[in-house]
Ligand binder design. Structure first.
Ligand code: HAM
Length: 419
């Protein structure tokens, strides 16, 4: 029996992987400009961390975690998201002791046992950032701007930013009562999920895709904000406007994780089946203390890389040439074969992306191979050239061919690519 990959996982093959590298490179480049530094935390953590961090009543913790008992009888969970692990590491390594705001980013796999659908995987990948140690709303705006910059710089069009304030736990407690008063009479009209959510997590009910028609008159959490929350939210909006980041306010936006306070936001775009959220995040001022650290605030985001790549494909975004070789060396005859083996090594030592034939093919087949690899140059070495210490270098775009001294081949190729 041949094996197949597990449901909800993907092989990212050459041809596709270059798009991933391109997006990841963009993420790293933007983080460098915004002064976020990479952190790599374990793929698995203790189950308790996610229960505490993400929240017991969230879908993630209730239904979606890959949890198992290891041989030492510990309950272990494959990380369903990145924030809890980063915050655990921040506390464990006492990064809060540093005088500056701690600005971190990560790129890597996350695991959720979710129902399969377009854009939803069981192993997926996030680019995420976390900024810890400041309550300044300018930091919320920076995080939102960074995510927006990522989408626009990879080349996506039509990405919308939606923001909301989910207040503080105290504000939410007041709003919860108002909301329950609104929802209770409608209980029977709502879907099964919402009926059970009303009791456990009524704010999430507003996020339901199927019941929206019942919520047109629902109270807005923005009307329940206290002064501190309103001021914070106003400043975030002002800073975003100053930066020219377009956004919409969505007072029903409630994220699927429990740790948010104040700002919550999502990036949305059409093109991935029923799914329109491609990234999200927010502020989490209680999380560090919740998992046993000092009372330090944080704000961050997580962007789904599968959804980014799917949208790049859906929008047929032109990406820079991702996989072309610089030069393809064609050997004709046994003596040239030996010379080409040395030459291709020397070119690679000089930083040139060089390839050659290993199948003993005739010239025509080798030239076809050069075409498939989109070689910028082909360099053809026959016995005559070899005897003269030269090689025929052909610029494939210009169609020009010239004889080049063997010892000058690398310089010629490098010189041409500079011009
Ligand atoms: P999240 O909204 O759960 O937030 O996930 C962020 C993004 O990860 C989603 O918008 C989506 O693009 C992607 N994603 C989530 N689940 C899947 C899936 N099953 N398949 C494919 N893509 C998926 C978080 O995870 C928070 N940790 C974000 C954050 C960081 N908040 C503060 N800091």
């Amino acid at each position: 029996m041949a094996f197949q990959k597990s449901p909800g996982t993907q092989d990212i093959l050459p041809g596709a992987v270059e798009k991933w590298q391109y997006a990841e490179q963009k993420a790293r480049d933007i983080c460098r400009r915004y002064n976020y530094r990479e952190i790599r935390t374990p793929i698995f953590e203790s189950t308790e961390l996610f229960k505490r961090g993400v929240g017991e009543t969230t879908d993630i913790v209730e239904k979606e975690m890959y949890t198992f008992t290891d041989r030492g009888n510990r309950s272990i969970t494959l990380r369903p998201e990145g924030t809890a692990g980063v915050v655990r590491s921040y506390v464990e390594n006492k990064l809060y002791g540093e005088p500056d705001v701690t600005k971190l980013y990560y790129v890597g796999p996350m695991f959720r046992y979710e129902r399969q659908q377009a854009g939803r995987y069981r192993q997926f990948h996030q680019f995420g950032i976390e900024a810890l140690g400041s309550v300044d709303p300018a930091l919320d705006a920076e995080v939102i701007a960074l995510g927006y910059t990522f989408y626009t710089e990879v080349g996506l069009k039509g990405v919308r930013v939606e923001i909301n304030s989910v207040g503080t736990p105290a504000v939410r407690a007041v709003f919860r009562e108002r909301l329950l008063a609104f929802l209770e009479p409608k209980r029977e009209l709502l879907c099964k999920d919402c009926q059970s959510r009303i009791d456990r997590n009524p704010l999430r009910v507003l996020d339901c895709k199927v019941d929206q028609q019942h919520f047109t008159d629902a109270p807005s959490i923005l009307d329940s904000l206290d002064e501190e929350c309103s001021t914070h939210f106003d400043k975030v909006k002002t800073y975003l406007s100053d930066m020219g980041i377009p956004f919409e306010i969505n007072h029903r936006l409630v994220r699927g994780l429990d740790y948010y306070t104040h700002t919550a936001f999502e990036y949305k775009a059409e093109g991935i089946g029923a799914i329109d959220t491609i990234g999200g995040g927010g502020r989490y001022n209680g999380l560090v203390a919740e998992i046993g650290g000092p009372d330090q605030p944080g704000v961050g985001l997580g962007l789904g890389l599968e959804r980014t790549i799917m949208l790049l494909e859906h929008q047929a975004t032109e990406l820079p040439a991702l996989n072309e070789v610089d030069v393809y060396l064609v050997a004709l005859g046994e003596a040239s074969e030996r010379e080409v083996t040395k030459l291709v090594y020397q070119l690679r030592q000089r930083g040139i992306r060089a390839e050659r034939d290993y199948l003993g093919r005739k010239m025509k087949a080798q030239m076809k191979s050069a075409d498939r690899l989109q070689a910028k140059f082909t360099a053809i070495l026959g016995d005559d050239e070899l005897a003269r210490g030269e090689i025929a270098l052909k610029d494939m775009a210009k169609g020009e061919q010239r004889q080049v001294a063997l010892g000058k081949l690398a310089d010629e190729i490098l010189g041409s690519s500079d011009s």
